[in-house]
Structure formats: C-alpha cells, structure tokens
Design a protein around this ligand. Structure first.
Ligand SMILES: NC(=O)C1=CN([C@@H]2O[C@H](COP(=O)(O)OP(=O)(O)OC[C@H]3O[C@@H](n4cnc5c(N)ncnc54)[C@H](O)[C@@H]3O)[C@@H](O)[C@H]2O)C=CC1
Ligand SMILES: O=C(O)C(=O)COP(=O)(O)O
Length: 525
C-alpha cells in the first residue's frame, strides 16, 4: 500500500480521500527541515501547501518518493529540476483556489482604497476618527494587472464589474484572449505610467523576481496603490518602503512576503500598508477544493499511474494509463535494448508509432523510450527527466505516427542514429499484455524480454547453435528461451538467449571466441 505524508495543513477531506482510495496517510504538519529529512524516506508521496519546502536535499533522501502534490498553485517551494532529475512528479491544483485568491486581491484593493484596517482599529479603540480617513473610489480608475492568467483574469472580470478600466502586462497573453476578457494589453512601462492600482498575478520566476523594482516603482503614476497576492519576491520590499515614504506609492496591500513566515519585515508598522499572512487561498471552499483534488491526483498516480496537472510530465488519464502501461513498458525495453547495444554518442532518435500504438499518449511513450535508451549508460535518467537529458546532450528526437500497415495491430520502432550507424529495433504488445521484440536491424524475430539475456550476432552457418548451447551448458548457464532471426538464409543472423541469472564475463568472452560469432553482449531488462 503506498504511503503519503501530508506535511502542511490541509482540509480533512484529503485524509478521507487517501483512506478511501487505499493509501496509507500520515499527517505531520509544522515539521522542521531536519525532522522532514529524517522521515521523508518512508513516503511514496507528499502533499504540501506553501510552508513545506521540498528542496534538493529533501529529494535526495526521499528514496521512495514518486510524487509531490501541491494543494494550491504556486510551486516555488518545490525544487522542480531536482524532483525531475530524481523522477519525482510534481503536481499542483491549478484552479482550486483561483476564485478565492482573486477575491482576496479585490478585498485588499478595497481595504486599501478605504483604509479599512486602520479605520477598524481606530474605531475599536473608541477614537471615532471620521475625519482621519478619506478614501478613493475605484469607479473609473485604471487597474494594472501584471500577469493575466487564471487569477489575473478573474480579478479583471470582478474589477470590470466595479467599472474599472483594466490594462494588463503579460507577454504570454494573446491579443485575442485579451480582447475576449475585455482587457487592454499593454507593455509594462505603459501599465506603470497609467495604473491607479497595480495588482500582481504572476508566478515567481527569474523573469518576474523583483518586477516591481526601485526602477519600476519610479515609473509609476504618483499615488499608485499596489496589491500583491502572488509572491513576495515580485516586489523589492526595500524599494517599496522608500516609494511609500516618498509618497510615490500611496499604499500597498500585501498578502505575500519575500520571506515567509514573515515575522519581521521592513514594511510592517507602516500605516499605508495593509497586510495579511498569505491568506489568498484561505477559504473553506478553496481549501476543500485543493485538498480533494490533490489527494485524488496523488492517489490516482500512485495507484493507477494516471497523471493530472503535473508540471514535469504529460497528463495521462486513469483509463489511458491502463491502456498505455504495457506500451510504456515496451517503449522503455526497446529503448533499453537499443541503448545497451550503443557504445557511442547518439545523434538522433526517431520513433515510429504504428496502428494502435499511434493512438496512445505519445509523449509518455517517447519519454519512456528515451529513459530506457539513456539509462543504459546514465543510470540516473528516468521517464521524467529523459527529455531534458536528451536535449542537454543534443540528441534530436523525432516522432512519427502511422496507421496500421503491417501484420501487427500496433507497434513501436526506435531508430537510434550514431555517427557510425543507424540501428532500428521494434516491438509490439501481445494480447497477454507482454511486450515482444519483433525486429532488430532488418531482422524479424519474436522474443520476450527477460531480466538477463545474451545477444549474439553471427554468420548463418550450421554448427553455431549447437556450440553455443554446449558452451552455456558446460558453464552452468541455464537457457530459459532461445530465439533466432536472420535476414535471409546464409545472411547475418542474431540469437537472443534468455538465461537464468547474470552472465559471467568469462562466459561472454568464451561466446565471442566461438566460430561464426561476430559479437556477443549481455543485456539486462
Ligand atoms: N496568495 C495566495 O495565497 C496565492 C497566490 N497564488 C499565486 O498567484 C500566482 C498566479 O496564479 P495563476 O493566475 O493561477 O497562474 P497562471 O499560470 O494562470 O497565470 C500566471 C500568468 O503570469 C504570466 N506571466 C508569466 N511570466 C510573466 C512575466 N514575466 N511578466 C508578466 N506576466 C507573466 C503568465 O503568462 C500567466 O498568464 C501563482 O503563481 C501563485 O504564486 C496563487 C494562489 C494563492
Ligand atoms: O496556491 C498558492 O499558490 C498559494 O500561494 C496558496 O498558498 P497556501 O496553500 O495558502 O499556503
């Protein structure tokens, strides 16, 4: 039974889902890094929010870990490259809390416009400072969105309801989509110059880090009000403090901070600043949504192989996972076969999907094929990081789909191009769900994959099979299966021998010395 750790505060809906689905679950929130490092190797999955940091060193000791599920959107607390390198899938719940967070941004904008927190505190203190608080209207004002994705778009929709004019800076927002949303797409400088309110809704990336820098703040309309419900690092906090002090910025409402939990911050204590402790996603509805979703997604992956909302893997539905599983195994084994025969650098990999194989999730199959291929010489490669490793090594990967042409209902062929040669291997999945090797170079055959095999190329002349069998018998290597193939009588032929146990090097050397043998290699699957 797979075991999952819930490391941040999640709705109890998550625990119930895990239990119902047959996943063992521990709830241990508020762990220090050291505590997490001590226990993380027990778990197949971890469910988190923004508090727990899944760093490189956590991934390094989490030997069983297969999936990190973020009950929410931002994944800047997860080292995705490290997870990818370790074959750990990182998932989030991209829509579960977006309405709630957009509503928080609007709430903060209103609180800022009318100084609600200060007025509230003053009234509770019995001061009745009616003349102290003078707000501004939102009606007719320009709202500048930095980032117009899911949350930004909902904020825009609500702001339009308040009769604001909405402009957005988002390089990835198409003109059509902007028009559809009633948003004016602008450049950042234009937004800074025109907006009465600026609200941030981008992820924290190297490009967006410090997007509201001292320089950017200097370009804003004097008296601008800023709302940040995305990530603290988007604003240079020291620069914001200076801009508030100079009056360039009239106020800021912040839900997120460069360092969290934010116990001390240069902006604390400033009455022009409205703060909440990262509450953007904190409504009953959103927390129920994200907890349910993340528990379903993690359970699905661990129990069925289905992948939804992963940031480092293509999606595969549960139904598809069932269908594609034997083909993934085939693709990986074909890749492993070709990889073990390849001793030189690889220039290109061409994968052909025919018939029923062409109707399956091609990205997953290609990732499996690449993983098998590259793992032969780089054990750290896995299905998740294989495309990246191939790219880093300059291996050109191409895929072709074709309707059924041959006798097999479906098959996969992998062609590996090296500076010396091109080698093709192909296989299919039989009705029993077992992958079969059906072609090596141009030679047709029919062989199952086994943990230990010997691959021999030889001249097709009488006497070879007997000698090989005798040698293996004499050296106590038990033959489980023996498959032969040749392009034409008397031409090149190959023998694939399934053996029980590892093949000693001395036996391989002896096979290579047999008459008619051209090459011999031990293969492992
Ligand atoms: N305060 C809170 O509790 C919460 C905060 N968030 C934060 O809100 C962020 C936005 O969430 P969603 O809208 O769901 O994400 P999203 O992915 O739907 O939208 C992000 C938008 O930012 C844009 N973008 C990316 N790089 C940009 C750049 N350099 N300049 C301008 N725009 C850029 C993208 O094109 C995209 O349209 C999340 O990344 C997360 O960090 C999300 C939920 C709750
Ligand atoms: O979903 C997000 O990106 C959030 O920032 C929400 O964070 P939280 O789950 O409340 O810690």
């Amino acid at each position: 039974m797979p075991k999952v750790l819930i490391a941040d505060k999640l709705s109890t809906a998550a625990v119930n889902i895990f239990k119902m689905r047959g996943v063992e679950v521990d709830v241990k929130t508020g762990l220090t890094k050291e505590e997490l490092l001590k226990i993380v190797d027990q778990y197949d999955g971890i469910a988190i929010r923004s508090a727990t940091k899944i760093t490189k060193d956590v991934i390094a000791v989490a030997k069983k870990l297969k999936v990190v599920g973020r009950a929410g959107i931002g994944v800047d607390n997860v080292d995705i490259p490290a997870a990818t390198a370790a074959g750990v899938i990182v998932m989030n719940t991209p829509f579960g809390n977006s309405i709630t967070t957009a509503e928080h941004a609007i709430a903060l904008m209103m609180a800022l416009a009318r100084e609600l927190p200060a007025a509230n505190a003053s009234t509770h203190a019995g001061k009745w400072e009616k003349n102290r608080f003078m707000g501004v209207e939102l009606y007719g004002k320009t709202l500048g969105l930095i980032g117009a994705g899911n949350i930004g778009s909902i904020v825009a929709d609500r702001a339009k309801g308040l009769k604001m004019h909405v402009v957005a800076f988002d390089p990835y927002l198409s003109a059509e989509s902007a028009e559809e949303k009633g948003i004016e797409k602008v450049e950042l400088d234009d937004l800074l110059a025109r907006a009465d309110f600026i609200t941030l809704h981008t992820p924290l990336t190297p490009e967006t880090k410090g997007i509201l820098s001292a320089e950017a703040l200097a370009k804003t309309k004097k008296g601008v009000r800023i709302i940040n419900c995305a990530r603290g690092g988007l604003i240079d906090e020291a620069a914001l403090k200076a801009a508030l002090d100079s009056g360039q910025v009239a106020g800021a409402a912040l839900d997120v901070f460069a360092e969290e939990p934010a116990k001390a911050n240069p902006l604390f204590g400033n009455e022009k600043v409205v703060c909440t402790p990262h509450l953007g996603a904190s409504t009953e509805e959103a927390q129920e949504n994200v907890a349910l979703q993340v528990a379903e997604q993690i359970s699905d992956y661990l129990l069925t192989g289905a992948i939804v909302n992963a940031l480092n893997m293509p999606s595969i539905s549960a139904q598809e996972a069932q269908l594609v599983k034997p083909w993934i195994s085939l693709a990986e084994k074909l890749g492993a076969f070709a990889g073990q025969l390849t001793e030189t650098s690889i220039q290109a990999v061409e994968i052909l999907y025919e018939g029923s194989a062409a109707k399956l999730n091609q990205r997953a199959l290609t990732q499996a094929a690449l993983a098998g291929l590259l793992k032969a010489h780089m054990p750290e490669v896995n299905m998740v990081n294989a495309p990246l490793v191939a790219k880093e090594r300059g291996i050109k990967v191409s895929e072709t789909r074709r309707d059924q042409q041959g006798i097999y209902e479906g098959y996969i062929q992998i062609k590996v191009v090296t500076p010396e040669m091109t080698r093709a291997v192909a296989g299919t999945v039989f009705a029993d769900g077992h992958p079969r090797l059906i072609q090596v170079k141009d030679i047709k055959l029919d062989a199952e994959f086994a943990p230990n095999m010997i691959y021999v190329t030889n001249e097709d002349k009488p006497g070879f099979i007997g000698r090989l069998g005798t040698l293996l018998g004499d050296t106590k290597v038990n033959i489980a299966n023996f498959t032969l193939g040749r392009s034409a009588p008397g031409d090149d032929s190959i023998a694939l021998v399934q053996v029980d146990g590892e093949v000693p090097q001395a036996v391989l050397d002896a096979i290579r010395k047999l008459p008619l043998v051209k090459s011999a290699k031990a293969l492992k699957f």
